[in-house]
Design a protein around this ligand. Sequence first.
Ligand SMILES: C[S@@+](CC[C@H](N)C(=O)[O-])C[C@H]1O[C@@H](n2cnc3c(N)ncnc32)[C@H](O)[C@@H]1O
Length: 264
Amino acid sequence: MIFIGWRRLIRLCSRRIFSTRLKQKDGSSCSLWKCYHQKTSGSLLDPEMRLFLEKNTEVISSGNLTPEIRLRLLTPRCRFWHDKAALWPYGDPYWAIYWPGGQGLARYLLDNPEVVREKRVLDLGSGCGATAIAAMMSGASHVVANDIDPVAGAAMLLNCELNNLNPFRVLTENLIGTEVDNWDLIILGDMFYSEALADSLHQWLKNHIQTHRTKVLIGDPGRPYFVCHKIQKQLLKVSEYDLTKSTQQENNGSTSTVVWHYQP
Ligand SMILES: C[S@@+](CC[C@H](N)C(=O)[O-])C[C@H]1O[C@@H](n2cnc3c(N)ncnc32)[C@H](O)[C@@H]1O
């Protein structure tokens, strides 16, 4: 059992203590998921889950790099920000934080819509869905958000609604290492947070680029497993953004975030 508040958990996350394991309250697989593959029916979101998320998150549109996107996130005004993390009934809610890597990437897509316009886009490790939302807002023809946490999928549907968008397709399978698909663009915000993940992503993304000439954009604030990874030799810096004060405080003082183009 973990007896730490979310505030501390968020700090720990930033220090690479992430868990990719999903914790189900009753050990069963999540039945919520079946409805998330619908393209246009956000109303199919499980009512209990909707209620839970609406009660335990706050709608935010400031304090990050994309004030034009409204998001339901965990904030100091939410009960679970202060409560013991063990009381949270689902897997660790990494989706409930808008990470610096995703913020920079979303800002870049909103400011440079030509990068996504009419493109088929995969947002890998989508979390709250902000980067997928930015891709939609910038005119992508097809957006799929992928996150192994089913609750992230529910949160993304709510966040689409908040921004008056038809929900994009959400997948919860672990796609990393699976057969490559034909995407024009793959975007990843803050996904290089463990050595194993960094290694598997590196190879899998390379396969996409070599097979389909997929463009890959990575948002990262300088996480150790990214900075020290051999992928560094194959990156082109596209843009850099100063983080807001509140994002800096939540991320151990990281001051900026960078968008990279991966070019093996
Ligand atoms: C640090 S968060 C980043 C979220 C979002 N991209 C952002 O920048 O705000 C990492 C997210 O990746 C998800 N994740 C972890 N491993 C994954 C995998 N193998 N495939 C898809 N998503 C994964 C987690 O559930 C979490 O929501």
